[in-house]
Design a protein around this ligand. Structure first.
Ligand code: TYM
Length: 338
């Protein structure tokens, strides 16, 4: 590549940002919805990835485990292949501009907008006491995204509404105070934007789903994966077809296989003669897809100092842009410069 084409590419480079909350344990949905899309395009985009540890404080959490979980999530993302020479990886709480911008954005967000968020409704309904941070969390997420002049946010379907809120906040802020923020857009995986729980294909596969029997965790052993998939809920038709409305369990397994092999769920349905063949085929695909990640994880987790060094370097590299955006927002909203 000539210096000229390199310069043009840098000038036109799309900025991508994604985050993972270090609660529970990383699962297949996180890999397909966020980690893989971030890694796949890291050399053609300017990608930033964060372990958004402050988001883990929105529901009851174990303070003794949070730091260790943050490190574990970072290690998993590195093990999945993120090249941090291209794409910085950092812990959200290490960059103070996130909370600085959060407050300014709260002043540009309406209570009704935050209250309308589906995740807030679902999570708050399950709790006796609801932390205020759970209500305002999508505004912190908007702050994560907007600090880095982000064009695209690769996420799973469950986060689409939050990214749309970030977009609305950016547009309103710009209209009221002047052009401060890039307006981001959501990027969903083409296949398997919403992987479902294996034991209940009407609900999302999630890091903290009770029991974890329907969740494939990225660090599950092959025998655990085999057991979970063999017990996955299907239906009584015994016809392998991609039909999410009528055959949600079977379609979910097909989506997982298609996403991991880069194919189409409708196309690969014909590869499996019945549910037994489908389950064993999907098991092999998942086990093979996770094997290199798990091998690399075992190596990296033996060296937490290196992982902490990578996070510190990432925070250092992103902080300058974040501070610049925060200062622009502070000035635009009318605060006296310090
Ligand atoms: P989190 O930590 O719950 O999930 C991390 C990413 O994984 C995706 N995901 C899924 N995708 C497909 N199928 C599933 N079953 C599935 N489960 C999870 C999520 O959509 C997400 O992309 N609020 C966010 C983290 C966040 C963030 C951000 C993301 C904070 N700030 C800024 C993007 C940009 C969250 O809790 O995701």
């Amino acid at each position: 590549m000539t210096p000229d084409t390199l310069a043009t590419q840098l000038l036109t480079c799309t900025r991508r940002y994604t985050g993972l909350t270090p609660s529970g344990n990383p699962q297949l949905g996180n890999l397909i919805g966020a980690i893989r899309p971030a890694i796949a395009d890291a050399d053609s985009t300017e990608t930033v990835v964060a372990i958004v540890d402050l988001h883990a404080l929105t529901v009851e959490h174990d303070a003794r485990q949070l730091a260790e979980r943050t490190l574990r999530f970072a290690t998993v993302i590195l093990a999945a292949g993120l090249d941090t020479r291209q794409a910085p990886l950092y812990a959200q709480s290490h960059v103070s501009a996130h909370t600085g911008l959060h407050y300014l954005l709260e002043a540009a967000t309406h209570y009704g907008e935050a209250h309308r968020m589906i995740q807030f409704k679902e999570k708050s309904a399950k709790q006796e006491t609801v932390r205020l941070a759970l209500l305002t969390y999508p505004v912190l997420m908007a702050s994560d995204i907007l600090l880095y002049d982000t064009d695209e946010v690769p996420v799973g379907e469950d986060q689409r509404q939050h990214v749309e809120l970030a977009r609305d906040i950016a547009i309103r802020f710009n209209r009221t105070y002047g052009d401060v923020f890039t307006v981001p857009k959501v990027v969903l995986p083409e296949v398997a934007a919403r992987i479902m729980d294996l034991t209940d294909p009407t609900r999302k596969m999630g890091k903290t789903n009770a029991g974890g029997a329907g969740v494939i965790f990225l660090l599950d052993r092959p025998d655990e994966i085999r057991k979970k998939i063999s017990r996955a809920v299907t239906d009584s038709r015994n016809s392998v077809a991609y039909d999410p409305d009528n055959q949600p369990g079977v379609s979910n397994l097909l989506s997982i296989a298609a996403a991991l092999t880069g194919t189409d769920p409708e196309l690969i349905a014909g590869d499996f003669a019945g549910y037994g063949a489908l389950k064993s085929g999907v098991t092999d695909i998942v086990v093979e897809a996770l094997r290199p990640l798990q091998v690399r994880y075992a190596e990296l987790s033996a060296d937490p100092t290196t992982v902490r060094g990578i996070l510190a370097d990432g925070a250092h590299r992103v902080a300058e842009r974040a501070d610049r955006t925060l200062n622009r927002a502070r000035t635009a909203i009318g605060l006296l410069p310090a």
